[in-house]
Design a protein around this ligand. Structure first.
Ligand SMILES: [Zn+2]
Length: 242
């Protein structure tokens, strides 16, 4: 079987047979990969915690007919160790893993930008310098953008008129002017729309200066926007305080 190397974030694992697991990975070069880790559930497993969700890992894989097989794994960064100590960071990180799996829709299609966003997001989440919710919202807006669903928080998404505009519609893809608004549009505070723009741009000083009510409103709109673009809701989102 041909071998290949790659680095990856472990997104999810599930049981296979008596002692094995299927590991869902977001790799740097090969996009999403599902691979078998043999013997990983034995207490004497040589894999240790290297194939747990959140781990940034360097891998060697053997190409299989349906699933590849993990033949070597070395930890690069054990993000789960640091995130496991903080409930908000852990649950927010779990949403990031689930989002990455859902937004990268094809196995073995390179998704380098999604990989780099996820590694950067987990690093920020583990570092703890920004609020967990802000890192999550920024990650969600950016990964949606990379997936082709970039929202607009300044120009009207229908006619292009430069804002600021009052109306926000997840199904339309962002803000709408008074002429283009659709029924059911939200009317968030101007500060909330500015915060959403800052989250998308990664303008952390502006994010940190936001008032709690605008933070809460922005998180609600990010969740609505994400839900619109995913066919099913995220299971992990239920555990995040929004
Ligand atoms: Zn318009």
């Amino acid at each position: 079987m041909p071998l290949y190397r790659d680095e990856a974030i472990v997104l999810r694992t599930h049981k296979l047979g008596e002692a094995d697991r299927i590991i869902t990975l977001l790799t740097r070069q090969h996009g999403r990969v599902r691979a078998v880790a043999k013997g990983v559930r034995r207490t004497t497993s040589r894999w240790g915690s290297r194939l747990e969700p959140f781990t940034h890992v360097d891998l060697q894989l053997a190409e299989g007919r349906s699933l590849d097989i993990i033949t070597q794994a070395e930890t690069i960064t054990p993000f789960h160790g640091r995130l496991g100590l903080d409930y908000d960071r852990y649950t927010s990180g779990t949403v990031m893993l689930e989002t990455a799996e859902r937004l990268v829709v094809e196995d073995k299609e390179p998704a380098v930008q999604q990989f780099l966003l996820l590694v950067g997001g987990l690093r920020a989440m583990a570092a703890g310098e920004q609020r967990a919710g802000a890192i999550l919202d920024s990650y969600l807006l950016r990964s949606l953008s990379v997936a082709g669903y970039a929202p607009s928080f300044d120009h009207c998404v229908r006619c292009g008129e430069i804002g600021p505009h009052r109306y926000f519609s997840p199904s339309s893809g962002g803000v709408l002017c008074a002429h283009c608004r659709v029924p059911g549009s939200a009317t968030p505070a101007p500060e909330t729309l500015a915060l959403l723009g800052a989250l998308l741009a990664g303008d952390w000083p502006a994010v940190a200066a936001s008032e709690p009510r605008h933070v809460k409103e922005a998180s609600g709109l990010v969740s609505a926007y994400l839900a619109w673009h995913l066919e099913r809701g995220l299971r992990s989102m239920e555990h995040v305080e929004r």
